[in-house]
Design a protein around this ligand. Structure first.
Ligand code: COA
Length: 332
């Protein structure tokens, strides 16, 4: 299933005006992992490009990281919390079964004018949340929104399974979206989302509230790899076509940071040079819904991406769920 919006829409433009992120202090290196399980730095680097990951502190929750990232984004936007109409948190690792992590974030930020809810699309969560917020703002339900991806993925890993435990990390990223009635060809130019539940068993957690336990991540790595390359290439093509742009108009690819080999294969398919691809997987590992906004915020704060640049986001994860968005960043 897919949804798409295009730049010829009669609705307001949805500008992406600011970003923020948060990484927990604790760093776990590949060498640290090799003390905990039968693995080694060489294997992890060669198969995934990962050298280290950040791990949430014992007394932290997903909402704590989300709040830090959101506050950074609000500071960059120069907005007060009272100006925010809606908050979406994309997460697979909510603090509680309910209420939503977004409701907790709203309370911690004291953003009491905002409605708040979570979206669960695992590693595609940020793109799904962006797609949803775009539709809400275009339809007039909100003017300013926070979209946050936040994950405490270390809490759902089986630390005895070397096939999955080495690949993930924790963190949060956020963006501010603002309606603008006079900014054609700026902001979210298109977004597409897809799901195929027939592949639910190649990447899942063997638990949940209805099953009575939290569970841990199970993955058939090679199957996921194959689907990722094929489906991400397809959805990027679809998003670029819906935006009215062509590949040569894209200034930056900000991909989901799951595996350097997947990123490299996509880059090759798009024929983009190294300098236009944002890579953080080496230091962040796969932070699921947080990975795209974390990578985006790093590139913004390093002045790699600047206002007016056209950015392509893409992500895929359990479901399978995947999607992409094309955004001209900043304000005219
Ligand atoms: N350290 C050392 N050896 C490991 C290991 C680890 N952390 N994990 C697995 N191995 C071993 C396996 O046991 C296997 O050994 P064997 O040949 O003796 O049986 C060998 O390495 C190869 O395993 P395999 O699973 O075939 O490796 P791979 O080349 O497919 O790489 C992944 C594994 C997980 C890195 C790769 O499949 C992948 O990146 N998949 C996509 C995952 C992903 O991105 N998921 C998230 C999407 S949101």
């Amino acid at each position: 299933m897919t949804s798409a919006t295009s730049s010829s829409s009669p609705f307001p433009s949805v500008l992406l005006t600011a970003s923020g992120s948060y990484l927990p202090e604790k760093i776990l290196t590949n060498d640290d992992l090799s003390q905990m399980m039968d693995t080694n730095d060489d294997w992890i680097r060669q198969r995934s490009g990962i050298t280290q990951r950040h791990i949430i502190a014992d007394d932290q929750l997903t909402s704590d990281m989300a709040v830090e990232a959101a506050q950074n984004a609000l500071d960059m936007a120069g907005l007060s919390v009272d100006e925010i109409d809606g908050i979406i948190v994309a997460t697979t690792t909510p603090d509680d079964t309910f209420p939503s992590t977004a409701a907790t974030v709203q309370r911690k930020l004291e953003a009491f004018h905002a409605f708040a809810f979570d979206i669960q699309a695992v590693c595609a969560g940020f793109v799904y949340a962006l797609d949803t917020a775009d539709a809400m703002i275009k339809s007039g339900k909100a003017r300013k929104m926070l979209v946050i991806g936040a994950e405490a993925f270390s809490r759902i890993l089986d630390w005895t399974d070397r096939g999955t435990a080495v690949l993930f990390g924790d963190g949060a990223g956020a963006v501010v979206l603002e309606a603008d009635d006079n900014a054609p060809d700026w902001g979210i130019l298109s977004s597409v989302i897809f799901t195929d539940g027939r592949f639910r068993d190649i990447l899942y957690v063997d638990g949940g509230p209805a099953r009575g336990n939290v569970g841990t991540v199970k993955m058939s790595g090679q199957d996921v790899f194959k689907h990722a390359v094929e489906k991400l290439a397809h959805c990027l093509d679809a998003a670029i076509a819906a935006s009215g742009k062509s590949v040569s108009d894209i200034d930056w690819l900000v991909p989901h940071q799951a595996n350097i080999r997947i990123i490299n294969m996509l880059q090759k398919k798009l024929n983009m040079p190294d300098e236009q691809v944002v890579r953080t997987v080496d230091r962040h590992a796969n932070t699921s819904a947080a990975s795209i906004p974390l990578a985006f915020d790093e590139a913004m704060r390093k002045n790699m991406i600047s206002a007016g640049d056209i950015v392509a986001f893409e992500g895929i994860g359990g479901g399978l769920a995947w999607g992409a968005a094309i955004v001209r960043v900043g304000k005219p």
